[in-house]
Design a protein around this ligand. Structure first.
Ligand code: COA
Length: 260
């Protein structure tokens, strides 16, 4: 697929996916969602890619939401379809990806933009970032998982207030709420993400895949997280990474994980 609205840079096993519609504050239209789906799928399939960072182009916005111009005249059925397809292609897809995904929130993360950041495995923000779910100010609700993932991260009462007021949290408040893990100056955002990604990339990608799966299991209504953890833990013992990790420890050397 040729990308029009995103670009990808990769170095040292870390891919940076940049959403690039700066004139529309990187709003997620249908094509951008399809491009992101393809990019995440291909990067996840590429065993050389150990960590993915997703960010927005420019200094103003991560993503200012779903592209409002695309759905302003939708019917009930089309609205349902929009949410269902988007969740499947992008938001659930990213959350359940085997490769760790870090959101580098470099400005406005509103509506679908915050929902994308919420789908990532964790978030780091620049100090100019502003986050919110303004959907009720448009007469709609968050439809890309925001009503589920925001309460999981910051608690039900806080999420209710954010959603009902349609207000924006600044980076400081987002940090206080645990919505983001770190806040740094804009020029330090990608360097910090790369530093953390580099630490992640030294570890077993297979074990990380199982860990993502086990953590996510606890947030699924039809899965027993503890049972999922036992299964994932057991599976690790059949991997080459486990053999290498334990052997390297006993031989007092740094592990060189084969990733299988
Ligand atoms: N969908 C489509 N276009 C969007 C957009 C979105 N979610 N967010 C921003 N844009 C477009 C604007 O229409 C404008 O386009 P134009 O220059 O062709 O008129 C351009 O991006 C720049 O945005 P603008 O509103 O002029 O910037 P601003 O600095 O005055 O305001 C925001 C920034 C983020 C506060 C404002 O753009 C905004 O409220 N956006 C919508 C946020 C939202 O409700 N998202 C949830 C969608 S469900």
């Amino acid at each position: 697929m040729d990308y029009e609205n995103i670009y990808i840079e990769e170095e040292n096993h870390i891919a940076i996916v940049t959403i690039n519609r700066p004139k529309k504050l990187n709003a997620l239209n249908k094509r951008t969602i399809a491009e992101l789906h393809t990019a995440f799928r291909e990067l996840d399939e590429d065993r050389e890619t150990k960590v993915i960072i997703v960010t927005g182009s420019g200094e103003k916005a991560f993503v200012a939401g779903a592209d409002i111009s695309e759905f302003a005249d939708f019917s009930v059925e089309q609205g349902w379809q929009l949410a269902a397809e988007g969740q499947k292609l992008l938001f659930d897809f990213v959350e359940n990806l085997s490769t760790p995904v870090i959101a580098a929130v470099n400005g406005f993360a509103l509506g679908g933009g915050l929902e994308l950041a919420l789908s990532c495995h964790f978030r780091i923000a620049s100090d100019n970032a502003k986050m919110g779910l303004p959907e009720v100010s448009l007469g709609v609700i968050p439809g890309y998982g925001g009503t589920q993932r925001l309460p999981q991260l910051i608690g039900k009462g806080r999420a209710m207030e954010v959603i009902m007021t349609a207000g924006m949290l600044d980076a400081k408040k987002a940090l206080e709420y645990g919505l983001v893990n770190h806040v740094v100056k804009q020029e330090e955002l990608l360097p910090l993400c790369l530093k953390i990604a580099s630490r992640i990339s030294n570890n077993s990608s297979v074990a990380i895949k199982y860990a993502i799966n086990a953590v996510n299991a606890g947030f699924k209504y039809d899965v027993n997280g503890y049972a999922a953890e036992i299964d994932a833990f057991g599976s690790c013992f059949g991997t080459d990474d486990f053999k290498e990790g334990t052997t390297a420890f006993l031989e007092k050397r740094k592990a060189d994980f084969p990733g299988s």
